[in-house]
Design a protein. Structure first.
Lengths: 181, 222
């Protein structure tokens, strides 16, 4: 006994008959077959009941009509005729120009503001901002206290820090009174 | 412009969709209006059945014809523009989510029905309830099955036209309708007032043994 067999091979035909999907010959064959097959007779009867219920349910909807004019379609398709006069188009042109100018100004303000912040972050901070004392160029070891002049630097080192017009080491000579000589 | 006169040529013969499309392409707005009046209601009903929202259905009509207007240059309908328009309308309808708790039939329609009918209010209410039950069962179907049911029972399209709209073979449409009717039978069996019984299990029909039926079973509609 095969309980899970599909059963009658014509199992799909009754519902197809309900939707006018059969040829006249197939309908006659199905009618004859349904006289001997309980399953197909039952399916056929209920298929037509479901079909009738669906026809009844959709009947009021078939009477519904749209209250629309073709002008709305043209409006949606942007097919309204444009005015030919330049004077009539001028307000719209200037309105669009104003919108564009405002948008451009806002964009430039945002861009320059952002770039300014970046440059400020990259630039060295002044001592007034950092709060540290300014570093002296000449250290204390370089100053000859006896003569109040700068000590002669190593020539190679000094040459490295001097420009082409300042070849000799810098020497600051302060005239002293004859009493100390 | 009257819709009845727009789609007619000088010989009082209704112009085909192909002729109207070519005329509209040449700039004849009356031809496009004739196409609009010809298919406006069908697309509206299709959108209404899927979205359940009259305003959304209006938008679907406008969008579908706006697309048709933009596509006029490349439209080449063999005979009818209906499959192309309905395909666009189906896609547009499914892009809009159906709103919940919206009744398909408005109060005005119910009032008009009551005034036009000779039946008692109780009978009308019963019929409205049965319609509501059936439409609720249709809503439980999957989208593919629902759209073929709507196209067949609401828009009256035959299997070949439905196949063209949903872009699949006729056999697939038959199969979808078959499974839709079977599922509807299962759903509607819960309402005994419709007189529909559920599919019998194997054991209930005698293990599918063939037994002779005394009364002949006639197929309706012949």
């Amino acid at each position: 006994m095969n309980l899970f067999a599909r059963g009658c091979r014509s199992w799909q035909l009754p519902y197809t008959a309900a939707i006018d999907g059969l040829s006249p010959r197939q309908r006659l064959e199905l009618e004859a077959h349904a006289m001997s097959c309980v399953e197909c007779a039952d399916a056929l009867r209920h298929a037509f009941k479901v079909d009738a219920a669906l026809h009844r349910a959709f009947a009021p909807l078939r009477e519904r009509r749209a209250q629309l004019a073709p002008g709305r379609v043209r409006l949606a398709a942007n097919q309204l005729p444009r005015s030919s006069s330049a004077w009539l188009r001028a307000p719209a042109f200037f309105a669009r120009l104003g919108e564009f100018t405002v948008a451009f100004g806002v964009a430039m303000f945002a861009i320059t503001g952002t770039l300014g912040e970046l440059n400020q972050a990259r630039a060295p901070q002044s001592p007034a901002v950092t709060g540290q004392p300014p570093r002296t160029v000449v250290s204390n070891e370089q100053i000859d206290v006896d003569y109040l002049r700068l000590r002669a630097q190593d020539e190679r080192k000094a040459r490295a820090f001097t420009s082409r017009y300042d070849d000799e080491p810098v020497e600051i000579v302060i005239p002293m009174s004859p009493r100390f000589r | 412009m009257k819709p009845s006169s727009a789609g007619r040529a000088s010989g009082d013969e209704p112009r085909t969709d192909r002729e109207l499309v070519y005329a509209a392409r040449a700039g004849d707005t009356a031809a496009f209006d004739a196409l609009f009046y010809r298919y406006r209601d069908g697309i509206f009903r299709l959108g209404l059945a899927i979205t359940k929202d009259p305003s959304a259905a209006d938008e679907i009509v406008v969008d579908a014809f706006a697309r048709a207007h933009r596509a006029l240059a490349r439209l080449e309908p063999d005979d009818s523009l209906r499959p192309w328009l309905y395909r666009v309308a189906v896609n547009l309808s499914y892009n809009r989510r159906p709103r919940k708790n919206i009744v398909l039939s408005s109060l005005e329609d119910a009032a008009d029905l009551a005034l036009a009918s000779e039946e008692s209010p109780a009978s009308l209410a019963e019929q409205a309830e049965l319609r509501r039950v059936v439409l609720a069962a249709v809503d439980l179907l999957g989208p593919k099955q629902r759209v073929v049911v709507v196209l067949h029972y609401l828009n009256g399209l035959n299997l070949a036209e439905i196949a063209e709209v949903v872009d699949c073979p006729v056999g697939t449409v038959k199969s979808r309708l078959h499974y839709a009717l079977r599922r509807l039978r299962t759903h509607l069996a819960a309402h005994p007032e419709l007189g529909i019984e559920p599919t019998r299990p194997l054991l209930a029909i005698g293990l599918r043994t063939r037994r002779p039926i005394t009364a002949p079973v006639r197929i309706e509609g012949e």
